[in-house]
Write a protein that binds this ligand. Structure first.
Ligand SMILES: Nc1ncnc2c1ncn2[C@@H]1O[C@H](COP(=O)(O)OP(=O)(O)OP(=O)(O)O)[C@@H](O)[C@H]1O
Ligand SMILES: [Mg+2]
Length: 279
């Protein structure tokens, strides 16, 4: 695990610290399987996500995409395999052991997560929701936290909604608040579970541009789950297709598009006939 964060004003390819260069891989998943009872949801998944890349994971509903993200952040433990985040195998950490808990906490400090359903705290205002990770992980003053909350809300086009409760917002607004919370700590990795679902096309595009901007200015690594092929083409440099717990294809976007796996072709053409079956 690296002990330093890269300088925040440089994109990752311009960072020349030997410490940083030694760790080029943000996430490395090796042979991960996960079952719930007899339902094998992930079946020997292996992939590597380079630091500073935007990896978009496509795949039909119920195929294990959200489960994979939960394994990366250590909320679910795979039955088999390794999930290395900046070299730390989070799958091997036991949250009931103090030493492991500290390591898990340190890894989570570097990850922001946008859950598929937003997962906002309903009994907290929007401002407190976004401030939550800052209060938990930093010693920033309340004034600085207020400033950072306002900045994050402005970035998602929601200036001034701090005092509102999640129940007072539209679904799309809640999603954007959840995104603002995910980037609150300006984490090294942001995991986004369907960031654009429920948003109108203009707002979805605005969020895509924000992802690209954060990637370019702060060098954040993104893993984005999406059903939107246009979004995938716009933001991804790395693309994958998960189907029934297996990665059908994964790699640099151009290569993946050139290889044109029949499942991916079906996905892009929105066809019902092909290797991806509904049942
Ligand atoms: N905590 C859990 N307990 C039992 N089964 C689960 C649990 N979480 C997920 N599953 C099952 O794992 C499978 C994959 O779920 P997952 O949420 O990863 O799908 P997904 O690819 O994200 O789908 P969608 O595109 O609809 O969000 C489903 O069959 C689901 O029922
Ligand atoms: Mg999902």
């Amino acid at each position: 695990m690296i002990s330093e964060h890269p300088p925040r004003n440089l994109p990752p390819h311009r960072v020349h610290s030997p410490v940083v260069e030694a760790v080029e891989t943000a996430i490395e998943i090796s042979d991960v399987s996960k079952s719930f009872g007899h339902n094998r949801v992930l079946d020997g998944v292996s992939l590597k996500i380079r630091k500073g890349s935007i990896a978009v994971m496509l795949g039909p509903s119920g195929t294990g995409k959200s489960v994979l993200l939960r394994c990366i952040v250590g909320l679910l433990k795979p039955d088999r395999g390794q999930v290395k985040v900046f070299g730390e195998d989070v799958a091997a950490l036991n949250p009931h052991r103090a030493a492991d808990r500290a390591k898990l906490f340190a890894v989570r400090r570097r990850i922001g997560m946008l859950f598929q359903d937003g997962a906002l705290f309903d009994d907290m205002t929007v401002g407190d929701n976004i401030a939550f990770p800052m209060r938990m992980h930093t010693k920033l003053s309340e004034a600085k936290i207020r400033e950072a909350v306002a900045d994050k809300l402005a970035r998602v086009g929601l200036r001034g909604v701090e005092p509102k409760f999640p129940s007072e917002l539209s679904g799309g607004m809640r999603k954007r608040v959840a995104f603002a919370r995910a980037i609150a700590l300006e984490p090294d990795i942001v995991l986004c579970d369907e960031p654009s679902s429920g948003l109108d096309p203009v707002m979805a595009s605005t969020l895509d541009e924000l992802i690209l901007h954060l990637h370019q200015t702060l060098g954040m690594t993104f893993v984005v789950i999406s059903h939107d092929t246009a979004e995938a083409l716009k933001i991804a440099d790395t693309m994958g297709l998960l189907y029934r717990g297996k990665l059908l294809t994964f790699g640099p976007k151009e290569e993946v598009m050139r290889t044109n796996h029949p499942g991916l072709r079906q996905f892009f053409a929105r066809e019902t006939a092909g290797p991806i079956k509904v049942v």
